[in-house]
Ligand binder design. Sequence first.
Ligand SMILES: [Zn+2]
Length: 199
Amino acid sequence: MLNKNLQKKVGWIELITGCMFAGKTEEFIRRLRRHSYAKRNVIAFKPIMDDRYSVDKISSHSGTQLESYPVKNSLEIIKKINELDKTKKIDVIGIDEIQFFDEGVVNLVQEFADKGIIVIVNGLDKDFKCEPFKNVDQLLVQAEFVDKLLAICHSCGSNANRTQRIVNGKPAAANEPIILVSGEEQYEARCRHCYIRPK
Ligand SMILES: [Zn+2]
């Protein structure tokens, strides 16, 4: 009989997190690709609101892309998985920008992992006010594997784990509207010393 400790059970959660410009999306794509190369059935989702470059691909700032299903909420993820499950068993699920999903997504990824699926999720841990983002705050606790990636501070070159929102060339105030006409705002990675807390 096989030693119990040697029996390998599959199914867990991997969280990739950190601030902007840390290379999270590239890491996310890399991990999913490894499973695709090994002929596992991989499926990736992203919230429909992120249409930075295309509606059916996850794109990193450097241009790496991965096919993905844009969905409105966690219910649409279940629907799609159930639909696909009829023809093939899903081995790996990737969810990008998980901080923008409804909070039901946390239970959902737990259930997938319980069922033996490898769930790889990607998301920002803090908003521009340096407050925890929903879903990622929970997954930091629940995930088996957590990787917090650091960026390089755009001001001083030190290790950065914060995202500074810049509007019209200045750090944005806390009450600045969230949606602005594109081009007026940008983001910078900042270390704790260069980050200016929005008031
Ligand atoms: Zn700095």
